[in-house]
Design a protein around this ligand. Structure first.
Ligand SMILES: [Zn+2]
Length: 302
C-alpha cells in the first residue's frame, strides 16, 4: 500500500513537472512562478501522523501568483480562479482566521520579540489565528480579479511588485502605478518590494542586490505618494538569498524578507528568511488550511 502510494505521488509530481514545463514554454515570464510551484510541490511527501500544532502558535503566509475568471482547463499549477479565491477568503473567515497586513505582522513580531519567552517552546502564543496573504510580481490579474475580492471582504493582502516591470510594463501584463494607487486608496491591499529588476540573488552580488532593493523602495515612494507605511518588506526574486544578503538588507532597514521555502512563522523564524506556503491551482479553502496545518506540523512538530 505504501509502495502504491509512493508510485502514485511520483506520478503526480511528474505530471506536475510536465505541466509546469509546458506552461513555462508557452510563457517564459511564468517560469519563475513555475519554479516556485515545483519547489513547493516537491515537498509533498507521504502524510506522516504528525501531531497538530495549535494554530495560535504560528503565522502562515500564503503565496499566490495569477488569477483567472474561469478554469483554464487542466490548470497550470499557479493560477487561482477568482471564484476559488472568494471561497478561500470566506472559508478563512469562517474558520476564525484574522487576515493581517505587513504592518500588523511587523507589529506582532516586534511585540513577541520584546516579550520574554517563558515556556521555552517555539510557539508564538498569540491567542489569535493570524494569516497573511501575499502575491508576487504584480500581474494585472491581481488588480483586475483579486483586488475586488479583497475589497469585498475587507481583508488585507500584500503584493510584491518588480518596480521596473510596473513602470515599463515588461513581460506578462502588469497593473499600472495608477491601478496600484487605486488599490492602496480603496482597500487594504498593500504594495511592497520585489526589487526593481527581479534579478535573483544567485545571479548578482550582494551589493547589486541591495541596490536593486533600495531602487525598488525609492520607486514605491515616488510612484505611490499615498502609500503610508513604515515597514520595508521584500520578497526575494525566485526566493533566492544568502545569510550575507539577509544581514545586508536588515542593516538597510528591511524588516520582513520573504522566501519561497515552505514553512510557517514561529518564534525561531528569522525576519531575514520568512517562509511561505504556496497556493496551487484548484485548492479549496479547506485544502489550504490542511496544507497550512501539515506545514506547521513539519516546521514545529517534534
Ligand atoms: Zn517573482
Amino acid at each position: 500500500m505504501k509502495r502504491i502510494f509512493t508510485i502514485f505521488m511520483t506520478m503526480v509530481m511528474l505530471l506536475g513537472m510536465t505541466q509546469v514545463a509546458m506552461a513555462a514554454e508557452k510563457n517564459p515570464d511564468a517560469f519563475q512562478a513555475a519554479v516556485d510551484v515545483l519547489k513547493s510541490d516537491q515537498k509533498v511527501e507521504e502524510t506522516e501522523a504528525l501531531p497538530k500544532v495549535d494554530p495560535t502558535e504560528y503565522i502562515p503566509v500564503l503565496m499566490y501568483h495569477h488569477f483567472a475568471v474561469r478554469d483554464m482547463g487542466f490548470g497550470d499549477g499557479i493560477t487561482t480562479m477568482q471564484s476559488e479565491l472568494e471561497e478561500q477568503i470566506r472559508y478563512f473567515k469562517e474558520q476564525g482566521y484574522t487576515i493581517i497586513s505587513m504592518e500588523e505582522l511587523d507589529q506582532i513580531l516586534t511585540k513577541k520579540e520584546q516579550e520574554k519567552d517563558t515556556d521555552g517552546d517555539i510557539g508564538l502564543d498569540m491567542k489569535v489565528k493570524y494569516l497573511c496573504i501575499t502575491m508576487d510580481d504584480g500581474y494585472y490579474s491581481n488588480y483586475d480579479l483579486a483586488y475586488p475580492v479583497f475589497q469585498k471582504y475587507n481583508v488585507p493582502a500584500t503584493i510584491f511588485v518588480v518596480t521596473d516591470y510596473i513602470t515599463n510594463q515588461i513581460g506578462l501584463k502588469k497593473f499600472t502605478w495608477s491601478n496600484a494607487s487605486e488599490m492602496i486608496n480603496n482597500s487594504k491591499v498593500g504594495i511592497y518590494n520585489h526589487t526593481s529588476n527581479h534579478v535573483p540573488a544567485g545571479k548578482t552580488t550582494t551589493e547589486e542586490f541591495v541596490a536593486a532593493a533600495l531602487a525598488g523602495e525609492e520607486a514605491l515612494e515616488a510612484n505611490l505618494p499615498t502609500r503610508r507605511t513604515s515597514v520595508r518588506a521584500l520578497a526575494y526574486p525566485n526566493g533566492q538569498n544568502t545569510p550575507e544578503l539577509q544581514q545586508a538588507l536588515l542593516d538597510e532597514g528591511f524588516s520582513l524578507l520573504f522566501t519561497i521555502d515552505p514553512g510557517v512563522i514561529n518564534r525561531s523564524t528569522s525576519r531575514g528568511a520568512i517562509p511561505r506556503i504556496m497556493v496551487s491551482s484548484g485548492m479549496t479553502g479547506a485544502d489550504i488550511v490542511a496544507r497550512i496545518e501539515q506545514t506547521a506540523a513539519r516546521t514545529m512538530g517534534s
